[in-house]
Design a protein around this ligand. Structure first.
Ligand SMILES: [Fe+2]
Ligand SMILES: [Fe+2]
Length: 344
């Protein structure tokens, strides 16, 4: 896969000749006539989701942090560290995937996604600086240096992306794109659930407020990949068995990590609910790209965390914490509705 030239005067931007990959773009952002109108709608929605982490109030979390059990505090630090890794690797990798996208309207969405992943890192920094005592902050960033399970998880995720950078074949591009979908669609959510679970017990409400904003952004990224992947399956060499294998491995890794960092030491989460939720997510993400679900048991067709939905939703009645700061943030939200909240 070759990166697009910075400017290609011999390109052809006519709508009928556009394609997401392998097109002949001038690289001009010609957005008057677009082939992929969904991309314009999605971009608009992503922009309307604008929020500023520092406007969310973490005051209660500072004291709550010391009211967590030792296990809960350990999980809080570890999950923050893992999420920091995920958004860091996204900020770093997405430009590589974007560099050969030949439809400017799709490029636009990925550019906004990159900006959001960068901002998510800033929100983790804000939480770490506000909630975590100064002598523990570096340890949160460097959790992977002392935690073998996290280190292996980070290396595995980064390794798939690195494979494409080292050998930019069409096969490796497809694998990197699918890995991106797995990250966006599966790897964040056991972490989000952990924070919503604490919030349901009146703990760390400011952290949960930040994570529900990140959650909303991530779901817009999921929707982007749900548009890209069916097209990629048409254009790139791959096999369906390979997709299922990657999903199954993603489920195993996600359960291994969640069982390690949360395990059964936190009220409301068990190894069994983690497995059920992760397989449910995998099934839902497969269906969304036109494939059959991988896990057939009845318990894998629904979320075990339905009761936490109201803690994740920024719009419905359960959103009761309307303080000054939060009102400032939600006032940015102008869209009539963001779909996907049934996806918890
Ligand atoms: Fe992110
Ligand atoms: Fe994302």
């Amino acid at each position: 896969m070759l990166a697009n030239p910075i400017f290609n005067p011999n390109g052809d931007d006519r709508v009928e000749n556009r394609s997401i990959w392998f097109g002949n773009t001038t690289n001009l952002m010609q957005l008057n006539d677009v082939r992929y109108s969904w991309a314009i709608g999605l971009y608009q929605q992503m922009r309307e989701n604008f929020w500023i982490p520092q406007k969310l109030d973490l005051t209660q979390d500072v004291t709550d942090y010391w009211n967590l059990t030792t296990e809960e505090r350990h999980a809080y630090d570890g999950i923050l560290s893992y999420l920091t890794f995920l958004d860091s690797v996204q900020t770093c990798n997405l430009p590589h995937l974007k560099s050969c996208v030949t439809a400017p309207e799709v490029s636009l969405c990925i550019a906004e996604q990159i900006a959001q992943e960068g901002m998510h890192n800033q929100s983790y920094q804000y939480i770490i600086e506000t909630v975590i005592p100064s002598d523990r902050r570096t340890a949160v960033y460097e959790f992977w240096r002392t935690d073998q399970v996290l280190a292996e998880r980070c290396e595995f995720i980064a390794g798939i992306y690195q494979q494409y950078i080292d050998s930019p074949t069409e096969e490796n591009y497809f694998v990197a794109l699918l890995a991106d979908y797995l990250l966006e669609g599966m790897y964040f959510y056991n972490g989000f659930i952990y924070f919503y679970n604490l919030a349901s017990r009146m703990l760390m409400p400011g952290s949960a407020d930040i994570f529900k904003m990140i959650n909303r952004d991530e779901l817009s990224h999921v929707r982007l990949y749900q548009k890209l992947l069916p097209e990629a399956m048409r254009l790139f060499p791959h096999s369906v068995e390979q997709i299922y294998e990657m999903f199954d491995r993603a489920v195993q890794h996600e359960c291994r990590w969640t069982n390690h960092i949360v395990g059964e030491n936190v009220l409301g989460i068990t190894k069994s609910s983690t497995e059920q939720y992760t397989k449910y997510l995998a099934n839902m993400r497969l269906r969304a790209i036109g494939l059959e679900p991988l896990y057939s048991g009845e318990q894998y067709q629904k979320s075990p965390y339905k009761h936490l939905e109201r803690f994740s939703d920024t719009k419905k009645a359960g959103h009761t914490k309307a303080n000054f700061f939060e009102a400032g943030v939600t006032s940015y939200v102008m869209s009539s509705g963001v779909g996907g909240w049934d996806e918890i």
